[in-house]
Design a protein around this ligand. Structure first.
Ligand code: RFL
Ligand code: PHB
Length: 395
């Protein structure tokens, strides 16, 4: 089967695959993106909402930040609310000027798709990759199904940007891959509501009844999450119960009325920590959720995907421009220190803020002591702010 040919074959049109394709194009490197779903599906998929400073800078530098700058909400702080007592964390003041942008992941995806299509880039939607083959030889290929037919994409390199359930990772022999993982005894029930925000900044709440998070998508659309059990049924969460729990957990001593609005997009998200090492094998490179998953409490998943492809695009640029493969060889090691920093931070935020039924009285006291330390210590709160806004890139 002759098939199509390109320099970098990219599996997945999530933030990782699309940004990689865009960054490569800026350096004159050709790629084809294969995406199993339709364009409408990936543009409407509700996920992350917080971009850290390095992600904002990367999108700006790549020329795809204009709408984010117009429509996104730049935040300089977050609130930590412990059993009704709120404490503002001055992210910008504590990090020498860093901030985060509240801008929905699907808007980033729309902006990247638009940029690729304007530049005549190739994204094949409804093209499901079936297998990555021969990536240990010089000429890897991706077998995929498009318009009812099996086809082949021949390339120099394959980027597996196909998320946690993709096929790319499974092309790596199990004895060449080490998997580290952990599950959590809780999940998030998330809703979107066209109701006015109770505050201008995000509120992360630890409460005896469980965790809750107030976030937003715009000044008139709230994104709210409450901790629930991983096996909870949505039927057990009528809208009134969600609002009651949000009010109880997010309410402050000073009083913080929540305006109840229509409940949209009700969904339960399980939580998991997962890393597959190394993130490369032969000419196959994994980036984003295909290599690692973090629980959402630290808001790191999308940001790690961006950091990975930033490294990978620079490594591919060094290869094509200077015939230098040292950065490609180092890709996994270069990516993993940030991955593990984000893993630790996400695990820490998750365990510090959620309620666990298994916790002993001693565990509960330790948990409250950690939160108290954040509130009382400038060293502790500075560390939180540094991790939340994201450590600067080394390049
Ligand atoms: P994606 O976005 O999952 O994209 C992978 C793409 O690959 C496609 N695909 C295939 N295509 C072709 N052939 C195959 N065989 C394929 N198999 C899969 C899929 O259809 C999909 O389009 O992975 P990527 O690009 O690595 O991006 C990762 C992020 O999506 C993810 O980490 C974040 O959404 C996580 N996350 C958050 N991250 C943050 O940085 N900040 C946040 O505030 C934040 N909040 C969240 C989150 C994730 C959440 N959920 C629903 C898991 C909040 C939630 C509720
Ligand atoms: C979101 O707005 O969806 C969001 C914000 C912060 C998080 C996770 C998700 O930690």
């Amino acid at each position: 089967m002759p098939g199509m040919r390109t320099q970098v074959g990219i599996v997945g049109a999530g933030p990782a695959g699309l940004l990689l394709s865009h960054l490569l194009a800026l350096n004159g490197i050709a790629s084809v993106v294969l995406e199993a779903r339709s364009r409408a599906y990936v543009e409407e998929r509700i996920r992350a909402g917080v971009l850290e400073q390095g992600t904002i800078d990367t999108l700006d530098e790549a020329g795809v930040g204009a709408r984010m700058r117009r429509e996104g909400l730049l935040h300089h702080g977050i609130e930590l609310c412990v059993n009704g007592r709120g404490h503002r964390i001055d992210l910008t003041g504590l990090t020498g000027g860093r901030a985060v942008m509240v801008y929905a992941q699907q808007e980033v995806v729309k902006d990247l798709i638009a940029a690729r299509l304007v530049a005549d880039g190739t994204i094949l939607f409804e093209a499901e990759a079936l297998a990555v083959e021969d990536h240990c030889a010089d000429r890897p290929r991706i077998r995929y199904r498009h318009a009812g037919q099996e086809q082949t994409l021949n390339c120099d390199f394959v980027a597996g940007c196909d998320g946690t359930h993709g096929v790319a990772r499974s092309a790596i022999p199990p004895d060449a891959l080490t998997v580290f993982e952990r599950s959590y005894p809780y999940a998030w029930l998330g809703i979107l509501s066209p109701s006015p925000p109770p505050a201008d900044e995000l509120i992360y709440a630890h409460h005896e009844r469980g965790f809750a998070l107030y976030s937003m998508r715009s000044p008139s659309v709230s994104r709210l999450y409450v901790q629930c059990a991983p096996d909870d049924d949505l039927a057990a969460w009528p809208d009134e119960r969600i609002w009651d729990e949000l009010e109880a957990r997010l309410g402050s001593e000073a009083g913080r009325p929540l305006q109840r609005g229509e409940v949209q997009q009700k969904a339960i998200t399980p939580m998991r920590s997962f890393v597959a090492e190394p993130m490369q094998h032969g000419r196959l490179f994994l980036a984003g959720d295909s290599a690692h998953i973090v629980p959402p409490t630290g808001a790191k998943g999308l940001n790690l995907a961006v950091a990975d492809v930033r490294l990978l695009s620079r490594a591919l640029e060094a290869f094509y421009r200077h015939n230098d493969s040292t950065r490609l060889e180092r890709y996994s090691a270069d990516a993993l220190w940030r991955v593990w920093r984000a893993q630790h931070f996400s695990w820490w935020m998750t365990t510090a803020l959620h309620r666990s039924d298994d916790a002993s009285g001693f565990d509960r006291r330790l948990q409250l002591s950690q939160l108290d330390y954040i509130i009382r210590s400038s060293a502790a709160v500075t560390s939180l702010a540094e991790n939340y806004t994201g450590l600067p890139f080394a390049d």
